[in-house]
Write a protein that binds this ligand. Structure first.
Ligand SMILES: Cc1ncc(COP(=O)(O)O)c(C=O)c1O
Length: 361
């Protein structure tokens, strides 16, 4: 039985009529940009995260650039970022005028830690981007205790919860992507910034709107970067189901454990006090490429997301000159994502584990 890497269809099927109606209502309203759907989604998403503000933007990459600028990051500043992440985490920094400074990650959680950030601090450090990678949680409060503000990159962490609260309300601000494969996803590009800080929120709101309050007077060089009404309406239908879907992802992880996957590969480890909504289920093996090829032959979805970490990408070679990140390099070489979705059944997990056993056993 083939098992896909992810399933973005089964969860949405029961909501299709509601989504169609929501789309039709927006089309009939003829209000497409910054209207009532975006405003309502912003309120609902802020409440879900436990933050005072949410600001809808065009995608998760713009969200990072805008949030960093709203936090006061600019030319001459350094921003610490992990290299074991999606490229956009670092790509979003140079447009602010600042320089990305790469740090290593904790090999168990795959996230940055206070130790890895401390090792990368410079006199010019203005902010840290803590990526909640794969849905796991970076230790935001421990990093802030170093005296630097944290921007959470929560693109992969919708539905994750922790004793200290949800991602999105842990640092100075947080950024979200609603790219179609994400835990909370729209039908195109979309993103958001959440924050408790009134000033950061107000600045981000202006920046997404050409640096203006009214599109008549312009106080900053900004962006045209808005979540649109159609995407907001689609997200509003899904948001009430996010926690159930996250529970499904956690159940899928338990299915893998019950099927004995830990005998074959290293399993992802939840950060302390955290219940991750595994966006990706990423295991580690010294034989990761052989495993990937073998799983392909068995019809099992699998993907090595970050074989070439960001600091080794051609566009970053000058910026990252001389940087040494041993844990990142090891993870880049050994990680492999296995199928994960809110509806992954025990039987499917069993198929995946049997295939892993056939390849590595
Ligand atoms: C960790 C991380 N940061 C940033 C982004 C960028 O988001 P987007 O693709 O919406 O620009 C993504 C996802 O694509 C991501 O996974």
């Amino acid at each position: 039985m083939p098992v896909p890497l992810f399933d973005t269809t089964t969860t949405l099927e029961p909501l299709q009529a509601q989504i169609d109606a929501a789309i039709a209502a927006v089309v009939a309203s003829r209000r497409f940009i910054l209207g009532p759907q975006v405003a309502a989604f912003e309120d609902e998403f802020a409440a879900y995260c436990g933050a005072r503000h949410a600001i809808g933007v065009a995608n998760g990459t713009d969200a990072l650039t805008i949030a960093l600028r709203a936090m006061g990051v600019g030319p001459g500043d350094d921003v610490i970022v992990p290299s074991f992440t999606f490229y956009a985490t670092a790509e979003a920094v140079p447009p602010t005028g600042a320089r990305p400074v790469f740090c290593d990650v904790d090999p168990d959680t795959c996230c940055v830690s206070a130790e890895t950030v401390a090792a990368a601090l410079t006199p010019a450090t203005k902010a840290v981007v803590a990526v909640h990678l794969f849905g796991n949680l970076a230790p935001v409060r421990e990093i802030e205790a170093l005296g630097v503000p944290v921007l959470e990159d929560a693109a992969q962490a919708a539905g994750t919860r922790s004793e200290g609260g949800r991602p999105g309300a842990l640092g100075r601000a947080a950024t979200w992507s609603f790219f179609p494969s994400k835990n909370l996803a729209c039908f195109g590009d979309g993103g958001a910034i959440t924050t408790d800080d009134d000033d950061v929120a107000a600045f981000a709101r202006m920046l997404r709107f050409h640096g203006s309050h009214d599109k008549v007077t312009y106080e900053h060089i900004g962006y045209n970067s808005r979540l649109d009404e159609l995407q907001a309406a689609i997200l509003r239908v899904q948001l009430p189901h996010l926690d159930t879907w996250a529970d499904g992802r956690r159940a899928a992880a338990r299915h893998y454990e019950a099927a004995g996957l830990a005998e074959l590969v290293s399993l992802p480890a939840a950060a302390r006090d955290c219940e991750p909504a595994w966006h990706l289920y990423v295991v580690r093996s010294e034989r990761a490429d052989e495993l990937a090829a073998g799983l392909a032959a068995h019809g099992i979805g699998r993907k090595a997301y970050y074989r070439l970490p960001v600091h080794r990408q051609a566009a970053m070679l000058d910026i990252a000159d001389g940087v040494k990140l041993p844990a990142t390099d090891a993870l880049a070489r050994t990680h492999l994502a296995l199928p994960m979705s809110p509806v992954l059944q025990a039987e499917q997990a069993g198929e995946v584990v049997a295939a892993v056993r056939a390849v590595l056993g």
